[in-house]
Design a protein around this ligand. Structure first.
Ligand SMILES: Nc1ncnc2c1ncn2[C@@H]1O[C@H](COP(=O)(O)OP(=O)(O)O)[C@@H](O)[C@H]1O
Ligand SMILES: Nc1ccn([C@@H]2O[C@H](COP(=O)(O)OP(=O)(O)O)[C@@H](O)[C@H]2O)c(=O)n1
Length: 320
């Protein structure tokens, strides 16, 4: 998955400054709004310091706070700060400095003082901002549920291509672990899952920059949900559930079709009938529980991939 993070050349050159906030923080728009509210209006004024990449609706942003004390040399050599009458490409020889007008120097100095002032204000507010940030930087989780063959994996693939999410498929993780030679869990997987010990927490910690996760095919039953709550309570925020809804007939047809090339041993009619029963008896009640919390976005998954994705897009863009 692409990182979605992008560095600005000017900021990059200054990363070694002791004032630099480590690590660069990937922020959702809501956090950004919060920070702007905290007095970082310089980010509004100076768009080059705030960089985003990818489609406009991609909410992953790299916030590189304005850096404090730029030496006057650095200010003068920044692109776009060439003295009057000189192109920015002209070489900044020492003698050139003599030709800076008084107004040029005055403007650049006031700009520097403004940055210093902002940083002072920011440092006063920093502890509160850091506290709020750590609260808000918990991994954001979207559960993806629906019957076997409803199109969960297909839609997750599209989401990952268009938005900054890491996709974790419970089924894929299980299959991977089961087929890994020497896996100590091979025999234990069913119990592992039953006890809700699926290694989501560790997987989610593996890259601190990625903090939005799509968890597909989980929690699939009460045990999974209990396990999630035991292990992840307070450590991640379940934003909402994408529920891909379609009839059992459509699910079975799609899985039988998938079974022709997937090599999945469970994509046959007999297994499918059992899986559909499990879905109806164990997974639907979980979806209902989230529905009662107002967290479910139900999507008619019997339509074409594009039509379904149009709804998904709508939801992701309106929910952040
Ligand atoms: N909207 C759709 N219309 C028709 N076929 C689909 C649609 N979504 C997925 N498929 C196909 O159905 C099969 C099951 O989809 P998949 O995404 O693997 O489902 P799940 O992850 O829910 O089990 C795949 O072969 C996929 O290509
Ligand atoms: N949370 C989960 C997810 C999958 N599984 C198992 O893994 C199988 C495949 O899951 P999957 O999510 O890839 O497939 P679909 O049933 O969605 O097509 C399921 O039928 C279950 O046997 C599980 O036990 N618990």
């Amino acid at each position: 998955m692409r990182s979605g993070l992008h560095r600005h050349p000017v900021c990059d050159g200054l990363l070694s400054s002791p004032w630099y906030f480590r690590p660069a923080v990937a922020l959702s728009p809501s956090i950004l709004v919060l920070l702007l509210g905290e007095g970082m209006s310089v980010l509004k004024r100076e768009p080059p310091l705030l960089h985003r990449e990818g489609p406009l609706n991609d909410p992953e942003l790299l916030l590189t706070p304005p850096l404090p004390i730029l030496s006057i040399d650095k200010i003068f050599s920044l692109p776009g700060h060439a003295p009057t009458g000189h192109s920015s490409s002209s070489s900044a020889e020492p003698t050139t400095r003599g030709r800076w007008s008084f107004i040029d120097c005055f403007l650049r100095l006031s700009e520097q003082f403004m940055v210093v002032g902002l940083l002072q204000r920011l440092s006063e507010k920093l502890p509160r901002v850091v506290h709020r940030l750590s609260e808000m930087m918990k991994p954001q989780v979207v559960f993806v549920l629906g019957g076997p063959g409803a199109g969960k994996g297909t839609q997750c693939e599209r989401i990952v291509k268009n938005y900054s999410y890491t996709h974790l498929s419970a089924g894929d993780l299980l299959r991977e672990e089961r087929s890994r030679t020497g896996s100590e869990f091979g025999q234990l997987i069913d119990t592992y899952i039953k006890e809700g010990k699926i290694a989501m927490e560790e997987t989610m910690k593996s890259d601190e920059k990625k903090f939005r996760f799509l968890i597909d095919g989980f929690p699939r039953n009460q045990d999974n949900l209990q396990g999630w709550n035991n292990v992840m309570d307070g450590k991640a925020d379940v934003k909402f559930v994408l529920f891909f809804d379609c009839s059992s007939e459509v699910c079975i047809d799609r899985c039988l079709e998938r079974g022709k090339s997937s090599g999945r041993t469970d994509d046959n009619r007999e297994s499918l009938e059992k899986r559909i029963q499990t879905y109806l008896q164990s997974t639907r009640p979980i979806i209902e529980q989230y529905e009662q919390q107002g967290k479910v976005h139900k999507i008619d998954a019997s339509r074409s991939v594009d039509e379904v994705f149009a709804d998904v897009k709508n939801i992701l863009e309106n929910q952040g």
